[in-house]
Write a protein that binds this ligand. Structure first.
Ligand SMILES: Cc1cc2nc3c(=O)[nH]c(=O)nc-3n(C[C@H](O)[C@H](O)[C@H](O)COP(=O)(O)OP(=O)(O)OC[C@H]3O[C@@H](n4cnc5c(N)ncnc54)[C@H](O)[C@@H]3O)c2cc1C
Length: 437
């Protein structure tokens, strides 16, 4: 039975919607204001049907932007609070870069030191090589002059962690309804949302609405009457006029059907997630040049394979998102690049191209105009979690949002307010080739 009236309605049962619902239920109880019975989550499909269910699952703090780094530290604390339920593997994360990335990674490391996030910085080609060879004796990547080894972070199994969060929310008394599509909002005269229109009829809302739509951000943006393009004021005072608020990117990911145990550290332990960027020429095992420009891949040990991805591709037009993520395509050259990149890293991966799985992989993400999340109120009682595709790792955002809904100020979410585009309080931009660093 669908409730016709509820105090708190959360739209979207991905990592953000479910985390918000779970933490809100706990906060309501802890403050004597209610319980999980006051919270309803609706999803047009099912929990994990969006980006959260297909994410590579990497959890890292390698962000050049101070606000991202501090928020990520709080998120990693949530992952670490219940690794079993969240299917979280605290194996750590290593970012390796070419000289162009030295300054950024050094700044990132220094901030991690200041905020107490456990990591190590290794500078110099020989030093980085020695660090990696101690972990993987067959390490052979070239052109790497900087290595940031985060001893926190790692990865989680995507759908399993959504299921874990779903179970925890339900355990607090939250109702999660699949197959209920939100089609619009009814406004009261003061512009607050009085009811949410759904495929199953309207649901009145007594307190607040949270939307956490992942790649469907643009659709909700339109439902809320927000503009397609906005002016972006930069910190220097320049104004970039009428920039599209939303851009889609295709995230290219794939996997190699190797025995995952082949990818272990020298002492037989689980390997950290590895992200390699280098300007060394990339050639296939057969000697064919793929690129002599900066390239990068990230990879991790999965349950049945070695899985990872490369730089995403911008999509020029709108995309048909449903059924998600069937509509995505990867570059036909991606399997060669990914496998050559693995082989470039470690000799154990030589010849892995033959084991590349020709399964459709990756998916579409919706990015904001500055590629960083927007977390803010869009009506007096409607809060939007628009994560700009950063966010599987951001499991702690829902915890912060829950406390904001109950009237607290969040120092961690404040830098992500929508107003930043008008005031010029933008996040600094790194030298990374990725839109999410
Ligand atoms: C291929 C890929 C790999 C990624 N890898 C990583 C990674 O390694 N690490 C990382 O941190 N991030 C990663 N991301 C990004 C991350 O997955 C997303 O940022 C995050 O999962 C978004 O979570 P969400 O809860 O906002 O949205 P989603 O998980 O997409 O959930 C949104 C939900 O809203 C529902 N919905 C949509 N419209 C409606 C409607 N009208 N009515 C009701 N329900 C609706 C959908 O069915 C969906 O279940 C990756 C993304 C992709 C695509």
């Amino acid at each position: 039975m669908i409730p016709r009236r509820i105090p708190y309605l959360v739209v979207g049962a991905g990592i953000h919607g479910l985390s918000t619902a779970y933490h809100l239920a706990r906060e309501l109880e802890a403050r004597g204001l209610g319980s999980g019975a006051d919270v309803l989550v609706v999803d047009k499909s099912r929990p994990g049907a969006g980006a959260s269910g297909i994410a590579c699952g990497v959890v890292r703090n390698n962000y050049f932007q101070p606000a991202m780094s501090e928020l990520m530290q709080a998120c990693v604390e949530v992952w670490e609070s219940d690794p079993a339920a969240y299917a979280y593997n605290p194996v750590g994360y290593i970012a390796l870069g070419a000289s162009v990335q030295e300054a950024d990674l050094t700044a990132t490391y220094e901030r991690q030191e200041r905020i107490g996030y456990r990591s190590e910085l290794i500078i110099g080609e020989a030093e980085a090589d020695a660090h990696m060879k101690a972990l993987f004796p067959d390490w052979r990547a070239q052109g790497v002059t900087v290595c940031l080894h985060e001893h926190q972070g790692g990865f989680a199994f995507n759908q399993d962690s959504v299921d874990g969060l779903h179970g925890k929310a339900r355990g607090e008394g939250v109702t999660v309804l699949a197959g209920v599509e939100v089609t619009g909002f009814e406004e009261a005269p003061d512009a607050s949302i009085s009811a949410v229109e759904t495929s199953e009829g309207p649901i009145e809302v007594d307190e607040q609405v949270v939307v956490a739509p992942g790649p469907w951000a643009k659709q909700f943006w339109a439902m809320l009457g927000m503009p397609d393009t906005i002016d972006v004021h930069t910190p220097s005072g320049d104004v970039a006029r009428e920039r599209p608020m939303w851009t889609y990117w295709n995230l290219q990911e794939g996997e190699v059907g190797l025995d995952p145990m082949l990818f272990a550290t020298a002492d037989g332990g689980p390997p950290p997630v590895i992200h390699l960027d280098t300007d060394a020429p990339l050639v296939t095992d057969g000697g064919q040049l793929i690129t002599d420009e900066l390239w990068g891949i990230y990879f991790k040990r999965d349950r049945h394979s070695v899985q990872g991805g490369a730089s995403p591709l911008v999509v020029e037009d709108d995309v048909e998102l449903d059924p998600y993520p069937q509509t995505t395509d990867i570059d036909p050259g991606f399997p060669d690049l990914f496998c050559a990149g693995l082989s470039h890293s470690m000799s154990r991966f030589e010849g892995c191209r033959a084991l590349y799985k020709q399964a459709r992989s990756g998916g579409v993400g919706a990015f904001t105009v500055d590629n960083f999340p927007v977390f803010d109120y869009f009506r007096p009682n409607l809060y939007g979690i628009f994560d700009s595709n950063h966010g599987y790792k951001m499991i702690g955002v829902g915890k912060e949002v829950a406390s904001v809904l109950l009237g607290d100020h969040s120092r961690l979410l404040f830098p992500f307010r929508f107003e930043r585009f008008a005031t010029g309080d933008l996040h600094p931009v790194s030298s990374s080739p990725y839109p999410w660093s």
